[in-house]
Design a protein around this ligand. Structure first.
Ligand code: CMP
Length: 488
């Protein structure tokens, strides 16, 4: 075989191999194969060049230099051939989605390189390798013992790569560590945690531990969150409130659907397990945060208590309308244009009647099309009025109000209102507004005009039209409002 290796047609064979690899390189998108092919092409060209040099120099080069050149081109060319054949073979055996693991390529390449180098050296220098092998037996044992850990890691790494419990880029948890797989190496696997630390886990330790992989090829991943709420709240109501809240969190998947389970009766509260699914586990903590944050606001608005530690259990809860002192609430009402006509005692009465509501950033306060009989004044924060398609009509902040359309006309909500930032609102119901009309009949006309203006602006945004200048809509609204509140 070596005779054949030395003959000139090897140059032609090398050229054919380079062409073949170049063709595969151009046809495939697999980056690992392309890198291997480039390496192999370089080795084959270098080997052929050395062989060409040897032929060109002929008998001009003698002794050790001639030998070195001969051994050199043989080794380089055989390495090139080995690398080409191994990468082509692995490419054919493994599918495109699952390219051959790098460690496997490296181990096969290295073994064949050593064998080829031994055969060439044995032939060129007429060495008896069996005596070399026998002589090195003791050294091998010593070396083997010294390399025990390294070899253990290597084989563990190899089995991990063949078995593939995870891939580079997957989110995994191993023991107490969790993060995204950065690199699968010969000796160790590297994870990057959320804190941006890089953790190096020796492969043999990894192979012995339970590995949780949260990235099963873009499959949804479940996340569990536990909450404890008061015994006063009926479980089915709690489940409904949780379901409504989860439905509004954008990163939670609709399918598989989220669900809440009554989990345990604890000393001071009932524990619920909430399970929902996300597409990308690396965002699980963000979603968990959003769920717990939104639930705080929502449960509070629904008067469902999240009991604090037992030692604070018997503290009296302040009345619902408290939060802002009465003076502050009165001066807030002073900012609201439609309430400027109120007398002091009326304003005070209204300040006491309003109920304080908290909304977290991103929470939906009103939904277009829903029924509604509540009216809100913004005490702090900002809310956005949007159309069903999510086009923003306007933003309202301190002293401005919304929700009056449905409350006054009995029609479904005309727009969706979302908290842009954490907002405190004061809520008034139909009875509260009805009382105001009794003392101030002019309010009805004022509100009808305002309603008509708002509605036309809303329609203009929805239809992307310029609003017309007169408001025939105002008369229609006024008639309806008079009918509902029995005004003359
Ligand atoms: P309602 O229809 O009860 O619920 C949605 C609310 O959005 C609506 O009452 C108004 O208060 C408010 N809204 C609708 N259109 C506008 C607008 N153009 N400007 C300000 N607020 C609006």
């Amino acid at each position: 075989m070596l005779q054949a290796l030395q003959s000139n047609w090897l140059l032609a064979g090398g050229a054919a191999l380079v062409l073949l690899l170049g063709l595969f390189h151009a046809l495939t998108a697999d980056p690992l194969f392309r890198r291997d092919a480039r390496g192999a092409i370089r080795l084959v060209i270098l080997g052929a060049a050395l062989r060409g040099l040897q032929l060109a120099l002929g008998s001009n080069i003698q002794g050790a230099w001639a030998k070195a050149l001969e051994v050199g081109w043989m080794i380089v060319l055989s390495f090139g051939v080995i690398r080409s054949v191994v990468s082509l073979a692995l490419k054919l055996v493994r599918s495109r989605e699952r390219p051959a693991p790098k460690i496997l390529r490296d181990v096969v390449d290295a073994t064949l390189y050593v064998l080829a180098a031994l055969v060439i050296v044995k032939h060129e220098f007429n060495l008896d390798l069996s005596s070399l092998v026998a002589g090195s037996a003791i050294a091998s044992v010593v070396l083997g013992l010294a390399l025990q850990d390294t070899l253990g890691n290597l084989f563990a790494g190899l089995s991990l790569q063949l078995e593939r419990p995870f891939e580079v880029g997957d989110s995994v948890a191993v023991g107490t560590e969790s993060g995204r797989v950065l690199q699968l190496g010969w000796r160790a696997t590297r994870l990057e945690t959320k804190r941006r630390e890089v953790i190096t886990l020796p492969n043999n330790q990894l192979a012995k531990q339970t590995v949780k992989n949260f990235s099963r090829g873009n499959e949804p991943v479940g996340v569990d969150v536990f909450i404890s709420v008061s015994y006063e709240a009926p479980p089915n109501r709690v489940k409904q409130v949780v379901a409504d809240t989860l439905g509004e969190v954008p990163l939670i998947l609709a399918s598989p659907s989220y669900r809440t389970r009554t989990w345990a009766y604890e000393d001071t509260s009932i524990k619920y397990r909430i399970r929902f699914y996300v597409a990308d586990y690396s965002r699980a903590n963000r979603v968990r945060d959003e769920v717990l944050t939104r639930l705080w606001y929502r449960l509070r608005r629904e008067d469902i208590e999240i009991p604090a530690a037992p030692r604070t259990m018997h503290l009296l809860r302040p009345p619902k309308s408290a939060g802002l002192p009465l003076d502050a609430r009165r001066s807030l009402l002073g900012l609201v244009d439609i309430f400027r006509v109120l007398r002091d005692e009326e304003r005070e009465h209204l300040a006491n009647a309003m109920v304080q509501r908290f909304f977290g950033a991103g929470e939906r306060i009103l939904e277009e099309g829903a029924a509604g009989q509540t009216f809100y004044v913004v005490a702090s924060g900002t809310v956005a009025v949007t159309t069903r398609k999510g086009v923003e009509v306007t933003r309202l902040s301190r002293g401005q109000y919304f929700g009056e359309m449905s409350l006054l006309t009995g029609e479904p909500r005309s727009a969706t209102v979302v908290a842009v930032e954490d907002s405190v609102l004061f809520e008034l119901d139909r009875a509260g507004v009805g009382e105001l009309f009794v003392g101030h009949p002019g309010l009805a006309t004022q509100l009808s005009t305002l309603l008509a203006e708002r509605r036309l602006q809303l329609q203009a945004v929805a239809n992307a039209n310029v609003p017309p200048s007169d408001h025939p809509e105002a008369n229609r609204i006024l008639a309806r409002l008079r009918q509902i509140f029995g005004l003359s």
